[in-house]
Design a protein around this ligand. Structure first.
Ligand code: NAD
Length: 296
């Protein structure tokens, strides 16, 4: 069986379109422009690329983008002061501090200094707790993107067996919470899981978020399962740089019912969901109805 390919690039474009439509209505009907502030500390090249891309897509969606670039040796007190200023700025509805931060800065302290209602990454401890207790929260962008694709493909996920491989705070754990919220029976697998192939073979939905190139082979996949590959791994093959996921795409696509490719699967959904979260935060801040289909 050849799997259906879940086209994250195309799906992300539809999410961005919905966001732009909602932004236009907010401007026209309420004279409000959603604003996203991104704080970058230091000159990590990958982070610079992400921040540039986030800023560009924010502006393309009709929102205000505020970029704060700080030196790598910025003190914790100075960074906290920037976050505080953004917390108090009514033109800013979403705040994102680009991770990783330089080693001398306490990431947990900084993230937890962001006003929870502006925490569009969904990493603040309040949002983690709200998500864990099934309450309205800001949801981390990458798992939110995965959930949107799964809902779009399946409609209801109720009663499905889902296995999430990886237990990180930014992908694995929130992904598992979201699937539980949609009434899946969820297993979280990780580096100490016994007989991982057997665990994965039981899954109707497999979400791989490990960071190991092509570690999930096709023969771990149940016939007809849906495979969401979050992994982004740079490898050398045939003398060329290549981007691959955590799943061996070729063999998995022979057994899966549907699968996301890498690149062009989960990746493009992450920034689209950041824009969606910013609009959601803006609507909540102004007591307005939230955009449909853009939240968990
Ligand atoms: P992480 O390193 O924080 O977590 C990896 C998890 O994998 C850990 O919980 C660990 O227990 C588990 N693991 C490690 N080895 C394992 C093994 N052999 N068997 C089973 N589990 C194992 O990584 P992360 O931040 O969650 O990211 C995971 C992957 O997703 C990376 O490739 C990352 O680049 C990618 N990612 C992509 C996006 C996106 O936008 N598409 C966003 C975030 C992360």
């Amino acid at each position: 069986m050849a799997a259906n390919i879940i086209d994250g690039k195309a799906f992300a474009a539809t999410v961005r379109e919905k966001v732009a439509g909602h932004v236009a209505r907010l401007k026209e009907e309420h004279n409000i422009t959603p604003g996203l502030a991104v704080v970058l500390v230091g000159e990590d090249p990958a982070s610079q690329v992400y921040v540039r891309s986030k800023g560009k897509q924010t502006v393309e969606a009709g929102m205000n983008s505020f970029e704060h670039k700080l030196d790598a040796d910025t003190s914790e007190a100075d960074l906290l002061a920037v976050v505080e200023q953004l917390n108090n700025d009514p033109a800013v509805h979403g705040i994102l501090v680009q991770l990783p931060l330089p080693g001398h800065l306490n990431e947990d302290l900084i993230i937890n200094s962001i006003a929870p209602e502006k925490d569009v990454d969904g990493f603040h401890i309040s949002n983690v707790g709200l998500l864990g207790t099934g309450q309205k929260s800001m949801v981390p962008c990458t798992p939110l993107g995965c959930l949107m694709m799964l809902r779009d493909y399946h409609g209801s996920l109720s009663g499905m067996d889902a296995v999430v491989i990886g237990r990180s705070n930014i992908v694995g754990k929130p992904m598992a919470q979201l699937l539980l919220g949609d009434s899946c029976t969820v297993t979280i697998a990780h580096s100490r899981t016994k007989d991982l192939p057997d665990v994965v073979r039981r899954a109707d939905i497999v979400v791989a978020a490990v960071g190991r190139p092509e570690m999930v082979p096709g023969d771990w996949i149940k016939e007809g399962a849906t495979v969401i590959d979050v992994g982004i791994n740079r490898i050398q093959r045939d003398g060329k740089n290549k981007l691959v996921g955590d799943v061996d795409f070729a063999s998995a696509a022979e057994r899966a019912g549907a699968i996301t490719p890498v690149p062009g699967g989960v990746g493009p959904m992450t920034i689209a969901c950041l824009l969606a979260n910013t609009v959601t935060a803006c609507c909540r801040a102004n007591g307005l109805a939230e955009p449909e289909g853009l939240t968990a």
